[in-house]
Each structure stands twice: as C-alpha cells, then as structure tokens.
Design a protein around this ligand. Structure first.
Ligand code: NAD
Length: 354
C-alpha cells in the first residue's frame, strides 16, 4: 500500500481496485472527519470525470461497491457522448446534513489535487454547487461551478435536450416519423430535467401525462403545458406512446414492465433497469428501450465543456445530437442481431473503449 500525507493533514492510500479498474484511492482526515474514496475505472479516453456523492454508507464495502459501480458507468456514459474523458467517481462517507462543512470540502479538494488531474469531480447526490466552490479553493480539477469563465452551471436543460432528441429518434425508429404532434408522453418526475423536457415536448405539440410526488410540480405542468395529472401509482398504466422515467433509478422493475402500456421508453433517470433481466423483459413485450446512459448524456457534455475549457456552443450541440446518432446505431444493430438495446449499447460503447 502506498501511504502519503498531503495538505490538510490527509492520509491517502491506494487500495486494491476491482478487476478491470485503474485505481481505488482512500483519503482520511481526522481534523475534518473526511473519509472519501475515488475510483478511476478508465483513463483510456482521457482524464476520468464523474461526480462526487456524499452518503452515509453503513460500511466501507458498501461505499467501495457504489463508487466502483458508478465509476464504470461514467466510463460508458462519457464514451457514449464521444467525450475525450475516462470514467471516475468519488464518494464522501457520512451524512451530508450533519458532517458536511466548508473545511471538509476543502480537505476533499486537497485529495482531488493529490491525484494531479487523473480525476475531475463535480456534483452528485448530497453535494451542491456551493460545495464545489469550497472544493475549488484547494483544487483546479473540479467542474459544476456557478461562476468562472467556463462555468457550466445547471446541466439539466442540456440533459433534457438530449432526452428530447433521443425520444424523437426512438419514435422515428419505431413509427417512421419523429413528429410529436398528438403523441402522448407519460413523464414520471417533474424535477430539473423532467419539467424542462415537458416544456420542449409541449412546444413540439405532444400531449403530456405527468406524475410527481411534489404537488407544486404537477400543478405547474398542468397550468403551463395543459398536462393531465395522475398519481405516481398510475403513471405506468397510462395509454401513452412513450414512458419517460425522469425520477429515481430502478423504475423498470419486472412488475412495472408487466403493467406498462407505452411502446417506447426514453427518459433521463440513471440506472432505469432494476436488473439485467428487465431489458430482455421489455424486448419480450415489444417495448423499445432507449438505453439510459446514452439518452441522459447531455449533463456530462455540459460538465465536460467546463473541464475541457470549451466555450463554443456548437461543441455542445454536436455532442448532444451525437447521442441520438449513437442511439440509432444501437437500434440498428439490435434489429440486426435480435439482442435487446441495453446489451447492444454496452457492446457498441465497449468497442469505443478498445
Ligand atoms: P430532481 O431531483 O430535480 O427531480 C426528480 C423528481 O422526481 C422530483 O421532482 C421528485 O419529486 C420526483 N419523484 C421522486 N420520486 C418520484 C416518484 N416515485 N414518482 C414521481 N416522481 C417522483 O432530479 P433531476 O436532476 O431532474 O434528475 C432526474 C433523474 O435524471 C435522476 O435519476 C438523475 O440521476 C438523472 N439525471 C439527471 C441529470 C441532470 O442533468 N440533472 C443528468 C443525468 C441523469
């Protein structure tokens, strides 16, 4: 094990990474209570990039499992968006409501600095743009900032645009036309991405059925977009053309797929398939599934522009429309081979990594 102490009285050591991973590094800081992990899955396409999650993991093994799983996911998401970035992720172990302080975030920044640019961090669950500002005081390998020359700000509208283009691509594949006039889209979750997507779909002439556990959000969609509101339990049962999961991961369970009436699934949520069998189950039911990490790549495109210091908006637009092109390649190959799209996506993106 390689031990090193750096600024902020950090103790940093390399742990043994999972098979196929580049690196797993742990940092501890007695002064601030920081206990963090960085997983670097791949550096093949460039420096690793992926957000930092703060969560009160019950044990270190749970944190390692999560950070490695998420870091591998970032390798695929970054490659799907054709970004010159590898895959990485970090976790801070602890309850963000009680443990988080500016000093802890600065100590985390010193940890990221120690990795000397092999990994760039940004926001994820439990971590805010304000936290990124503290982190940026001790490292330059950080994105998702609110201020600064290349600051990328809230990625959600860009994510929504990518989902919108992929949704149109999916309809084109299935129906031969991407015209949204009078198509019905059932949106689960009207948060940052879901609400923005709802606006784009409404402007394009689609009819909306929406659900959210937040009553204010559904009221806005009803008033602004004429959306039909249903309860969270009813959204899967709706007679819609497309189901757009834009809430939490794992929405596509076996039970959910059994009741789903839509013929297409295209949404922003991460890790939509509850397990590997669910992609096949969708296919068996004749439902065309647009793999999540291709569809929701707009957010990382936004972050990447900050990391790569690119201000030309045409870069963003070309990468976002590229998501729909990649999706079409997946559908094409899935049709040729008879494999479900989520498996084809992993194979296709895997070739970009080799
Ligand atoms: P958000 O927290 O702003 O919105 C999530 C919404 O889902 C909230 O309004 C919440 O009330 C609602 N919700 C929660 N449980 C629900 C349920 N059971 N039924 C209906 N609604 C429910 O999050 P977001 O930033 O809009 O992201 C949405 C999803 O997309 C997440 O899975 C996120 O990981 C993923 N994603 C987001 C981005 C981005 O740029 N924000 C990028 C890639 C992926």
């Amino acid at each position: 094990m390689n031990h090193a102490a750096v600024a902020h009285s950090l103790t940093i050591r390399d742990l043994t990474p999972g098979k196929g991973y580049e690196r797993l590094v742990e940092a501890k800081d007695d002064k601030t209570g920081l206990h963090a992990l960085v997983s670097i899955h791949s550096l093949k396409r460039g420096p690793a990039a992926g957000g930092c999650r703060m969560f009160n993991y019950a044990k270190i093994e749970d944190a390692i499992y999560d950070v490695e799983r998420l870091s591998k996911g970032m390798t695929y998401k970054n490659a799907a968006a054709e970004l010159p970035l590898g895959g990485g992720k970090s976790v801070i172990i602890g309850n963000p409501k009680t443990l988080k302080t500016p000093e802890l975030m600065r100590a985390f920044g010193a940890f990221i600095e120690y990795l000397a640019g092999d990994y760039y961090t940004a926001e994820d669950v439990g971590v805010s743009t304000q936290d990124m500002a503290y982190i940026s005081e001790t490292t330059s390998y950080v994105a998702g900032l609110d201020g600064g020359e290349f600051a990328s700000g809230d990625p959600s509208p860009v994510t929504a645009r990518g989902v919108f283009l992929c949704l149109k691509q999916t309809l084109k594949r299935g129906l031969g036309s991407d015209d949204l006039t009078d198509k019905t889209i059932a949106i689960q979750g009207l948060g940052h991405v879901g609400m923005s997507l709802a606006g784009m779909l409404h402007d394009a002439g689609a009819k909306l059925i929406v659900s959210d556990i937040n009553d204010d959000a559904v009221r806005i969609a009803q008033a602004d977009f004429g959306a039909t509101v249903v309860s969270p339990d009813e959204i899967l049962h709706q007679q819609a053309d497309v189901f757009a999961p834009c809430a939490m991961g794992g929405a596509l369970t076996a039970d959910a797929i059994d009741v789903l009436k839509a013929r297409y699934v295209v949404g922003a949520a991460n890790n939509q398939l509850a397990d590997d069998t669910c992609g096949q189950r969708l296919q068996d039911k004749g439902i065309l599934y647009a793999p999540d990490y291709i569809v929701n790549g707009g957010g990382i495109v936004n972050v990447a522009m900050e990391i790569l210091k690119i201000s030309d908006p045409s870069y963003r637009e070309s990468r976002i429309s590229g998501l729909a092109t990649t999706l079409e390649q997946v559908f094409e190959r899935a049709a040729e081979t008879g494999q479900p799209p989520h498996m084809v996506a992993d194979e296709l993106i895997g070739t970009r990594l080799r």
